[in-house]
Structure formats: C-alpha cells, structure tokens
Design a protein around this ligand. Structure first.
Ligand code: HEC
Ligand code: HEC
Ligand code: HEC
Ligand code: HEC
Length: 145
C-alpha cells in the first residue's frame, strides 16, 4: 500500500519529464528549414491553351508528411538521383525544366498525375477528403472572369 503510493508520487514527478522528452523527439523536423510555404502554381505553358487559373499548393503541409524526393526527382536509368541539398538553389525543383511540351509526360500531365495519384490513394482512408475534382483545384476557369 505505502509502496504503491510512493510509486504514484514518483510517477507524477516523472510524467511531465517524459512528455517533454516525447514532444522534443517528435518535433516535426521539416519545419526547421522553412522553405516555400504556400505556392500558387501558375505556369504560362502548362498546356497549349491556358483555360484555368493558377492552383493553390500548400507546400509546407506536404513537407510535414513526405520526403522531398517523394515529389522532386531527376531520373537516370529509372533511378531518382536528385540531390536534395540542391533543391533550394539551382531551380531543379521546377517541374517545367523537364516536363516541356515535347517531353514524354507534358507539364499538365506531370502535375495532374503527381497530385491526383497521391490524393486518390490518401482518400481511401475515410477521414480524408483531399482535392480530387477539377473544381477542387481550379475553383474557376479563366473565362469566368
Ligand atoms: C507533395 C510533393 C512535394 C514535396 C513532398 C516537396 N515538394 Fe517542393 N514542390 C512541389 C511542387 C509541385 C512544387 C512546384 C514546382 C513547380 O511548379 O515548378 C514545389 C516547389 C518547390 C520549390 C520552389 C519554390 C517556389 O516557391 O517555387 C522548392 C525550393 C522546393 N519545392 C523544395 C522542396 C524541399 C526542400 C522539399 C523537402 C523538404 C520539398 N520541396 C518537398 C512538390 C513537393
Ligand atoms: C530534372 C528533370 C525533371 C524534373 C525537374 C521533374 N521531372 Fe518528373 N520526370 C522526369 C523524367 C525523366 C521522368 C520519367 C518519364 C519521362 O521520361 O518523361 C519523370 C516522370 C514523372 C512522373 C511519372 C513517374 C512518377 O515519378 O510518378 C510524374 C508524375 C512527374 N514526373 C511529375 C513531376 C512533377 C510534378 C515535377 C515537379 C515537382 C517534376 N516531375 C519534375 C524528369 C523530371
Ligand atoms: C505524396 C502525396 C501528395 C501529393 C503528391 C500531393 N498531395 Fe496535396 N495533400 C496530401 C495530403 C496527405 C494532404 C493533407 C495534409 C494535411 O492535412 O496535413 C494534402 C493536402 C492538400 C491540400 C489542402 C487540402 C485541404 O483540405 O486543406 C491541397 C490544396 C493540396 N493538397 C493540393 C495539392 C496539389 C495541387 C498537388 C500537386 C501539385 C498535391 N497536393 C500533391 C498529399 C499529397
Ligand atoms: C489536385 C489538383 C488538381 C486537380 C484535381 C485538377 N488539376 Fe488541373 N492542374 C493542376 C495543376 C497544379 C496545374 C498546373 C497549373 C499551372 O501551372 O498553371 C493544372 C493545370 C491544368 C490545365 C492547364 C493549364 C491551365 O491553366 O489551363 C488544365 C486545362 C487543367 N489543369 C484542367 C483540369 C481539369 C479539366 C481537371 C478535372 C478533370 C483538373 N484540371 C483537375 C492541378 C489539378
């Protein structure tokens, strides 16, 4: 009886410490480098005729859940050889460097495939309802004014 009271007391003292240690260890690392929070993706050459307004892309919430190289790549012999450290400086993050109109995968397809493949997969979890329809990402067409 007395022994168990002592344990409870010790527990109460240690608990806050455990919580602090836990919080530090799960602190989201990516927020430490604070690159590009919210981006509006609005290329002038995403398609041969531009019919949609720019697309809001909350970059930061994506980097909390995924690695840079899940989305950014430079393929050689099917292998992603992109150096993550270069993403900030050399423009290798820009999709339009490689996905030009003459590429196997043109720019519009590159975005659509990357965004939608992932959102569709995530939406299989009932608690998610990520953008998937045209209007979700393109709230209006240019002709809407
Ligand atoms: C879920 C996919 C995804 C992840 C994960 C991701 N990015 Fe991006 N990032 C993009 C897309 C899409 C763009 C827009 C590129 C474009 O339109 O040319 C972008 C743009 C950028 C840009 C250009 C910034 C700007 O304002 O135009 C940089 C730099 C960048 N990313 C670095 C990173 C780094 C570093 C990480 C990892 C910490 C990362 N990205 C993780 C998809 C992603
Ligand atoms: C350095 C060049 C380069 C850049 C920059 C680049 N890609 Fe790619 N991407 C490729 C190559 C090469 C392939 C392989 C298919 C091909 O030959 O066109 C590919 C394939 C893809 C694929 C299909 C395979 C896969 O990995 O899912 C998607 C989707 C894609 N890119 C989207 C994007 C998006 C979105 C961006 C910008 C965040 C981007 N790419 C930036 C070169 C690039
Ligand atoms: C690798 C997976 C992945 C890719 C690729 C991806 N997303 Fe997401 N996206 C997510 C997840 C997961 C969330 C929810 C994140 C959260 O709530 O913490 C999300 C959230 C969003 C949201 C916020 C939705 C809301 O309900 O608040 C927008 C907008 C969005 N994504 C747009 C895009 C666009 C545009 C692209 C392509 C350029 C893209 N995403 C590519 C996984 C992805
Ligand atoms: C998950 C987000 C997402 C969804 C869903 C989506 N798109 Fe897009 N779409 C993009 C992004 C990102 C771009 C690149 C925009 C830019 O660079 O201007 C784009 C570009 C385009 C473009 C060419 C560029 C322009 O501005 O006209 C057209 C056309 C387009 N989308 C039509 C559609 C249609 C039709 C649907 C429904 C079948 C759809 N999109 C669904 C994200 C999305």
């Amino acid at each position: 009886m007395i022994l168990s009271m002592i344990r409870k007391k010790a527990c109460r003292r240690i608990l806050p410490l455990i919580i602090v240690v836990l919080l530090i260890s799960i602190w989201p690392l990516p927020t430490i480098f604070s690159q590009s929070d919210d981006i509006t993706i609005d290329n002038k050459n995403a398609a041969s005729t531009e019919s949609r307004t720019g697309v809001e892309f909350p970059h930061a919430i994506h980097t909390e859940s995924y690695d840079c190289l899940d989305c950014h790549h430079d393929y050689h012999n099917g292998e992603n050889v992109l150096d993550e450290g270069e993403l900030e400086e050399d423009g290798s993050a820009a999709c339009n460097t490689c996905h030009t109109s003459s590429a196997t995968i043109d720019l519009q397809t590159a975005y659509h495939r990357q965004c939608m493949t992932c959102h569709r997969a995530v939406n299989r979890e009932p608690e998610f309802d990520l953008p998937i329809t045209c209007k979700d990402c393109h709230p209006k067409e240019l002709s809407d004014g």
